[in-house]
Design a protein around this ligand. Structure first.
Ligand SMILES: [Zn+2]
Length: 574
């Protein structure tokens, strides 16, 4: 290999930054750079990356928009601070009140730091530009600012309560190493806030290759799922991803497109600027333009990931012992397994069989006083689960344990956060339900399946073949911020759709499946259940979906009330 000059060579990226896959293919070219996409996790990035010399030229003294004139600088700074106020409010809902130590990486000339300091944080900034850092230092009262790359500044570990990375992570060469460094710097349980452009934002979908965020200095393009996977892989959990609100004016947007021209948008905005009254051009709007924000908490990194297998068992005496036997023998390389049996006071001896596992090192036993539905049992199991991944395994033997490995591999590699074992996805096309001697019933169920699958696909913009499979595996963190209330088989809908509405795209992989007939103990009530499903679907489609509300309630509940102050959330009587 010929020796290359480290400052002028464009570094090649050999594997996907997030899932390490080598199946990374060319999409198109933007600003003279190759934009590629990982086939496995969907991450988009530049490959090769710009050289050090090229980046230095881009980050010149005038990098920050509008910095040619004093008035322009002031307007940009005011808008940045208005957006920073939005960020601080969101952080407050997730993290609790200000106070403690805050680190901002990519602090520019300190707009966010000034505001954070004023609202009670003890601030530290790290930035790449010496002039901007000097500017930030002058504006802060007590805060400190370091110039250089985060890893080179070498701050002491576990000292920050909060780290803010706004419009910066897309500029780093290796985002996972960057996140691991932040993980090191945060105190246990510390909060990370990220704002970054998102390849699944509306502007990216509309503008495609001409999207204004495609530029040489943006090396990585996350979306709602890849940003979560990156966070999960670097030891963060309780992730909440939301649309990235910003405060912008018409004038700012026009200037932006003047600097980064886009065929029909730049001329249109220029034309409008001659027609629109000046006042309107400077009016501030709260917009979701092209990005997402993510909030996450640092958790301890486990040497080996854990899978929680939830087994709801109610009157399953025939199959329970066989299933437990195969589960305890099941090994998935690189993974520990905890088995959670939720027994709902069966009358056929399943409870006695379950009690035999009390005290087993790999089994947790949850005993319900009365049967309150399969959904209720699964929810109890989810509460007891501590694993990184969750699998729901019925105590009947409809699904095949041999399918675990392939489905889990998808999650472990970070290609997906949520996998459905599809009963219809095999090579042989649709695997219809066939019950011997019950053709009418089989037909009825298959038509029902088709009807509800189509309805779900239409309502939630999906292309799923088998949304009703019980075989669901997902990262436990996906559940964060979600609340469930369904108790029967409608819980399956609720779980699937709330995960979809939270932004996870389920991956369907074929699994083996043997359907039970009603005679064998299938517990669906043929006429009553479908009606409740319709009601549940309608509710899920039109309900207001506010993750932060749930998170905020948790934050308030976990905070101890100060002396003389009433508790924020009613506490149960002790
Ligand atoms: Zn990937």
């Amino acid at each position: 290999m010929d020796r290359m000059n480290p400052t002028t060579a464009r570094p090649m990226v050999k594997t996907c930054h997030v899932c390490k896959s080598t199946r990374v293919y060319y999409l198109f070219s933007a600003c003279d750079y190759r934009v590629v996409r990982c086939e496995d996790c969907g991450l988009v990035f530049l490959n090769p990356q710009p050289s050090e010399e090229e980046l230095a030229r881009i980050y010149g003294a005038n990098y920050f928009l509008g910095s040619e004139s004093e008035a322009g600088r002031r307007e940009v700074s005011e808008l940045t601070q208005a957006t920073a106020r939005l960020y601080l409010a969101e952080i407050g809902r997730y993290h609790g009140p200000a106070g403690g130590r805050l680190l901002e990486v990519g602090c520019g000339d300190g707009d966010f730091l000034v505001l954070a300091e004023a609202s009670g944080w003890q601030v530290t900034g790290v930035g790449g530009s010496a002039t901007a850092c000097e500017q930030a230092r002058k504006r802060l009262k007590n805060g400190e600012v370091y110039c250089g790359e985060l890893a080179q500044v070498a701050l002491a570990g576990e000292q920050f309560d909060l780290c803010v990375v706004a419009d910066f992570i897309e500029h780093v060469r290796s985002p996972l190493d960057f996140l691991l460094e932040i993980h090191r710097l945060l105190k246990p349980g510390g909060t990370l806030f990220i704002a970054t452009p998102s390849i699944d934002s509306w502007s990216a979908r509309v503008m495609r290759q001409k999207w204004m965020e495609f530029k040489a200095e943006h090396l990585i393009y996350f979306d709602r799922q890849t940003v979560q996977t990156a966070l999960f892989k670097s030891g963060f959990h309780e992730v909440i991803v939301q649309p990235g609100w910003k405060i912008l004016t018409f004038d700012y947007i026009r200037l932006h497109f003047e600097r980064f021209p886009v065929p029909w948008i730049t001329p249109l905005l220029n034309r409008l600027s001659h027609i629109l009254p000046r006042q309107l051009q400077h009016r501030r709007h709260r917009l979701v333009a092209s990005g997402v924000t993510a909030l996450a908490r640092k958790c301890a990194r486990r040497p080996q990931p854990v899978l929680s297998v939830i087994v709801p068992a109610y009157n399953e005496m025939k199959t329970f012992a066989t299933l437990m036997d195969s589960l305890l023998r099941k090994e998935v390389p690189g993974l520990q397994m905890e088995i959670i049996i939720v027994e709902s006071n069966s009358t056929d001896g399943t409870r006695e069989a379950a009690l035999k596992f009390q005290g087993h090192p790999r089994v947790k036993l949850v005993l319900e006083e009365e049967p309150r539905g399969k959904g209720h049992a699964v929810r109890s199991g989810l509460q007891a689960a501590t694993g990184d991944y969750v699998l729901i395994q019925d105590a009947d033997l409809e699904y095949d344990l041999e399918d675990y490995d392939v489905l889990l591999e998808q999650l472990l590699a970070g290609r997906s956060a949520f996998v459905l074992g599809s009963r219809h996805g095999g090579r042989h096309g649709l695997k219809m339900r066939q019950f011997a001697g019950q053709y009418g019933l089989s037909l009825f169920l298959n038509v029902g399946h088709w009807f509800f699958a189509t309805l779900i696909n239409l309502l939630f913009w999906q292309r799923l073949r088998d949304p009703f499979t019980m075989f669901k595996i997902f990262r436990r963190d996906c559940l964060y911020g979600l609340e469930f209330k369904c108790n029967r088989f409608d819980f399956d809908f609720e779980l699937l759709i709330k995960l979809i509405r939270k932004g996870y795209q389920p991956t369907e992989l074929p699994v083996n499946y043997r359907s039970r007939s009603f005679k064998e103990g299938k517990k669906v009530r043929m006429f009553r259940d479908p009606l409740t499903w319709l009601a549940v679907l309608a509710d899920l489609r039109w309900m207001k979906f506010d993750l932060m509300k749930v998170v905020e309630a948790k934050t308030i509940a976990s905070r101890r009330p100060a002396k003389g102050e009433p508790a924020a959330v009613a506490q149960p009587k002790s």
